[in-house]
Design a protein. Sequence first.
Length: 231
Amino acid sequence: MRIVLVPGFTQTATSWSGVREVVREVAEVTALHVPLHATFEATAAAIGAEGGEGVYVGYSMGGRLCLRLALDRPELVRALVLISASPGLADPKERAARVDADEKLARVVERDGVDAFLQTWLAQPMFASVPSDAPGLAERRRLRPEYLAGCLRVLGTGSMQPLWDRLSELQMPVALVTGKQDEKFERIAANMLQRIGNNATHVRLDGGHAVPLEQPAALGDFVVAFASGHG
């Protein structure tokens, strides 16, 4: 059983350290760094090429990429765990507004550098419950400004093709994981659950948006149980 962990925006493979320590006791586990290619679809394909066949676990941006991979290459994705992730924005006006907002952020990180950008990014209310000693911060600071800017421009929620209408195509077991205090993504998961069908389940853990950093042990235990049953 192989488990592939894909991180979110501004994160690296090290951000999965807490979860990986739990999972590695019983399974082969690989945490990837998200490669940046010319398109969202190409980036998802590159993740599949590196990860190979297995159970894919993606957080936020990584979850959206894993969802795209599961739709494009279902033979690679034995089971799918999406953490605090969405299928994109269905409304064209919302997508356009998000593209504009992400472009502004991309220019900020190019102008001010990674340290200043991370300080502002991580100060958002959605990350307020992340422990101060959560792993991966030092590695985040070593990311290049052009990489983060490229992620915003290519891998942002507004840039991706919305996948809401394709959720029913997912035939593998799917788990949607959200933090109980993350009301926005709780609603998104509930809507996704209806569209995917009986092969999907919604799992609610304590905490907010950044579940892999807030609840690594509980998340790791769930991933092991889910993969053991379906992987």
